[in-house]
Design a protein around this ligand. Structure first.
Ligand code: NAD
Length: 334
């Protein structure tokens, strides 16, 4: 029997990519995950069906791990993803996310058997979207999180341009807002599910006028598989199901038949609308498995628990303090 392909996924224990990890394990692939078990991670899926390295992508030793494993397929999804945290700890977010991405591009450049490297970016790199953004439009990130993701998108463009042997082997995804099982309650649909279970109130930022496109997480693994097989360049991944937070709450009430309690909140640096043109991934042959309604129904009415992990702020508070001590002693972590 021919050996199964090897795929290495950073952030493969997180909300979205834990589903991707399981998808490739079920497909019989040899899966390696690099994940430092920080915010958003789901160590409960560790079951020896794949290899796990508890390693930090912002440490250059991650390059050695990737080269030692020598995968044909590489996905870089690990990131600090909490926008509120990125506003409080902007330097740390930018340092960790951009350095991690730079290490993954460096590793990709040296892999002898590389078939495809996907950098996982986001719709937030476009900033305020007056119209449905195409992949080739200018990036205008508006907060430290999206800035750190946009830096990776620029690395993608520059590695593609500089290293001819990588041409045709690099791809990038820009997902709209994703929801589904394992999402932390900090995100809106998870917050709605949590508040339905606990009868608690939801913070609605900036009058609930922020408009986003939403997509069920189970649509992601087949999209990734398709891009690994025949994609190259950047792909917006969305079904164009667009809702303001107010609409989303109304829709969730419609799906569940339950009233949802809310209270007002404010977020600085918030873009009011993200919307993307998805023609490119559809032309590649992507057919989403779930509509928004089907996904929302399955998710909001499902029995699974909504994880309430520590916020990135809490996760990192202790390491920030440790680093301050190390800095004082001249042994600061990079
Ligand atoms: N959630 C969304 O709606 C959405 C939308 C667009 C793009 N994205 C992108 O998709 C990816 C996954 O998002 P998510 O919401 O599933 O994230 P998540 O926060 O749920 O999971 C992130 C995972 O990465 C790991 N991680 C974080 N920093 C790390 C580091 N430096 N080294 C090693 N591991 C690290 C964490 O332990 C966690 O398992 C991210 O790159 C994000 O920017 C997410």
């Amino acid at each position: 029997m021919a050996a199964q392909p090897k795929i290495l996924i950073t952030g493969g224990l997180g909300f979205i990519f834990s589903h991707v990890t399981e998808y490739f394990v079920n497909k019989g692939w040899n899966v390696v995950v690099v994940d430092n078990l920080s915010e958003g991670s789901h160590p409960e899926i560790l079951d020896h069906s794949f290899t796990h390295y508890n390693a930090h992508t912002a440490h250059s030793s991650v390059i050695d791990i990737v080269l030692k494993e020598n995968p044909e397929y590489l996905i870089h999804a690990a990131a600090i993803t909490d926008v509120d945290y990125s506003i409080r700890e902007s330097l740390r977010t930018i340092q960790k996310n951009t350095l991690g991405t730079a290490h993954l591009f460096e590793a990709a450049r040296q892999l002898p058997n590389l078939k495809k490297f996907i950098y996982v970016s986001t719709d937030e790199v476009y900033g305020e979207c007056e119209h449905r953004m195409r992949e080739d439009e200018i990036l205008q990130p508006k907060n430290p999180y999206s800035c750190s993701k946009a830096a990776g998108s620029l690395m993608h463009a520059s590695y593609h341009n500089t290293f001819p042997h990588l041409q045709g082997k690099l791809a990038e995804t820009r997902f709209c807002n994703v929801f589904g099982p394992r999402q932390d309650k900090a995100k809106i649909l998870a917050r709605i599910k949590y508040s339905l279970k606990t009868n608690t109130s939801i913070p609605v930022h900036n009058d609930g006028k922020g408009c986003r496109e939403y997509m069920y997480v189970k649509n992601i693994p087949p999209a990734i598989d398709l891009i690994l097989e025949k994609g190259t360049g950047v792909y917006n991944v969305t079904l164009n199901d667009s809702y303001t937070v107010k609409d989303l709450i109304a829709k969730s009430t419609e799906v569940t038949g339950k009233k949802i309690l809310t209270h007002e909140a404010h977020r600085t640096g918030m873009d009011m609308r993200y919307q993307m043109d998805s023609a490119r991934i559809r032309d590649l042959g992507w057919k989403p498995l779930y509509t928004f309604e089907e996904g929302a129904k399955e998710y909001l009415l499902g029995d699974d628990e909504v994880p309430v992990t520590k916020s990135a702020w809490e996760w990192n508070a202790s390491s920030v303090i440790k680093n301050r001590i190390k800095k004082f002693l001249g042994k600061e972590d990079r």
